[in-house]
Write a protein that binds this ligand. Structure first.
Ligand SMILES: C[S@@+](CC[C@H](N)C(=O)[O-])C[C@H]1O[C@@H](n2cnc3c(N)ncnc32)[C@H](O)[C@@H]1O
Length: 182
């Protein structure tokens, strides 16, 4: 099932809303070997991550157009880009980091976080970014937009502990890192 409010605007507009190098640096993406991502979208994060990590980026989407664009941009990089409904099927791979970027306003967030938990190698991390709970130029309506504390509580229900603090990702986002409960 496609996550609510997960349609995408024009590519160049979407990519003007993020400082991608800053986000990836603050999340420490280079530390990871294999990475799995829900929702490649235009490949906004998939492409630089595949170029930065030592292993493979596995990315999944339900929109054929998004998969085609990411495959086109990722030619020559270590990316596996497949059609998969993660809400229904889970990730189907294991990884050192699982990315839930701009998707935790979904209908069943604990279920999605549980899929991420199940895909993690021991010692791996679930990395989340989401729109600040404030007026932003894009993002889901505040009615369904989670605050960081809400995501931390959902994550605990999926056996994930917050690592460190809430990470500021200007101009419009925040980030969270989670590890498996021991
Ligand atoms: C808001 S976009 C975010 C894309 C990317 N993570 C980013 O931040 O640039 C959400 C993406 O998830 C995809 N998506 C929605 N529901 C999905 C599902 N159940 N399984 C896999 N992908 C899904 C959408 O098609 C869309 O490309």
């Amino acid at each position: 099932m496609k996550i609510r409010d997960s349609g995408m605007p024009d590519e160049s507009y979407w990519e003007s809303l993020f400082n991608v190098p800053l986000i990836l640096s603050r999340l420490g993406i280079e530390r990871f070997h294999d990475v799995a991502e829900l929702g490649c979208g235009y490949g906004t994060f998939s492409i630089p991550i595949a170029a930065a990590i030592s292993g493979t980026l596995y990315t999944f989407d339900v929109e054929p157009g998004m998969l085609a664009r990411t495959r086109e941009r990722g030619a020559g990089l270590p990316i596996v880009c497949e059609h998969r409904d993660i809400m229904q099927e889970g990730f189907g791979v294991s990884a050192d980091a699982v990315l839930l970027f701009n998707v935790l306003h979904c209908e069943r967030p604990v279920e999605l976080l549980r899929h991420a938990t199940n895909a993690l190698y021991i010692g791996g991390e679930v990395l989340v970014i989401h729109w600040r709970y404030a007026e932003t130029p894009r993002g889901p309506s505040l009615d369904i937009r989670p605050r960081p504390e809400q995501i931390i509580a959902w994550a605990a229900d999926a056996d994930l502990n917050l690592i460190g603090d809430v990470i500021d990702l200007p101009p419009w986002h925040y980030g969270l890192r989670f590890g498996l409960v021991e």
